[in-house]
Design a protein around this ligand. Sequence first.
Ligand SMILES: *[C@@H]1O[C@H](CO)[C@@H](O)[C@H](O)[C@H]1NC(C)=O
Ligand SMILES: *[C@@H]1O[C@H](CO)[C@@H](O)[C@H](O)[C@H]1NC(C)=O
Length: 481
Amino acid sequence: MGAQSLAVACGALALCLALAGATDPGFVVRITQAGLDYAHQQGITILEKELAQLKLPDISGDFRIRHVGKVHYGISSMDLRSFHLPHSRISLVPNVGLQVAISNAFAEVDGNWRVKIHFIRDRGSFDLKVENIYIKINLKLGSDASGKPTIDTSDCSTRISKVRVHFSGKFGWLYNLFHDAVESRFRKILENKVCTNVVSSVHSELQPYLQTLPVTAQIDAMAGIDYSLVAPPTATAQALDAYLKGEFFSLAHRSAVPFPPLPLAFPPDHDRMVYFAASSYFFNTAGFAYHAAGALVFEITDSMIPKDIEFHLTTSTFSAFVPQLEKMYPDMPMKLRLSTLSAPFLSIGPGGLSLKPVVDVQAYAILPNSTLAPLFLLTLTGNVSAVIDIKSSHIVGSLNVGRMKLSLKHSDVGTFQVRTLQSIMNILASSILLPRLNARLEQGFPLPLLDRIQLSNVLVRFHQNFLLLGADVQYQPRGWR
Ligand SMILES: *[C@@H]1O[C@H](CO)[C@@H](O)[C@H](O)[C@H]1NC(C)=O
Ligand SMILES: *[C@@H]1O[C@H](CO)[C@@H](O)[C@H](O)[C@H]1NC(C)=O
């Protein structure tokens, strides 16, 4: 049944492409041991507070003492004064998940006791020290249907090896006769409570926090980025890797991307807390989405030319290079329309990020009745390189254009020396087109980050087929300003 419905679904090729590409990441987030240690430190602080709020139930029972008889005892109003987790570490369990091991934790509890022996009653207070608490927590990471990360406690065990209780009061000595029994009941209760609390803290605090990962980020009026997980996060001996789709899409009509993500060979860098690998696929889907949304069309008119440039976009200016214009369209404003036939394709290698866009430049004369008269169509090719950085959790960039090559594709005004237009085109590209593109790239594109995370100590490296960004992380607790 599944195979048949899949075959039917695959009749639509686009869907098949989407399904086939579903497991290859366009974007990888790697959290190193340093990153886990940092997260662990934050998490332990929270767990310590949670554990100190544990509510302990009252205990009561009977005990028989030789020569005295039956003693009824009760312990109530137990209050955890503190819970300390001084030693703990987080480790990666390859192919399984994470393990948190807490050792030599200790807690202090005080409360009230009461006893009844025949018709004698007494009461008093006690304080209790719990030492050598060992807690082992196994965490399993996954992904849900929407591609958000999930986390769950797959195992939790607590072992307490030492409880020391001191009873004060007239009959306090009595307790010392059966403190073993009280202590072991207390130990069992606490061992249970700790794990119950850990499981519920992971469920109610950690899981919702992980779900703050913005798996689809709308980035402007035209496009969004799909950062959904394509597989559950994987633990290796060195790091925790999350494979994300890493795909831009047009908001108006998302279509299947006609090229697959290329494999990413991660270098063994581990000194930063987190690394992001953005594959050339990630950037090329950006070109694809913006091209599909019609955003890669620019029109240049005279009013856009900066005042400090002694140049006007008119047939009078251009007739110096295309003499026919003087007769055919004397003294008229012009318009240039820049467009790309296909989305620009970018490649990333150790030397950096580069693209060789092929831009069509259609020149028009604007007639007195506002009709556009086509003049000529040029093709502009050039080598564009990019500088990439991280600013305020966004990937930002700026483009540099090298020398451009012009060729004439079509002319409605006869032949002319295309070479002579070179310097004009250079000026237009460097003073109008690039500043506009760079203004957009300066705003950047958001990285997939959990809430209240800031990056620092950023590193940018280029590798074959991907850009590697490394950073340290700072978590800002709620209410921080
Ligand atoms: C605009 O003027 C041109 C030439 O004078 C003419 O060929 C064209 O039909 C006019 N267009 C309109 C919409 O009036
Ligand atoms: C672009 O770079 C390539 C080599 O990477 C070179 O062969 C080509 O001439 C360059 N194009 C221009 C217009 O500079």
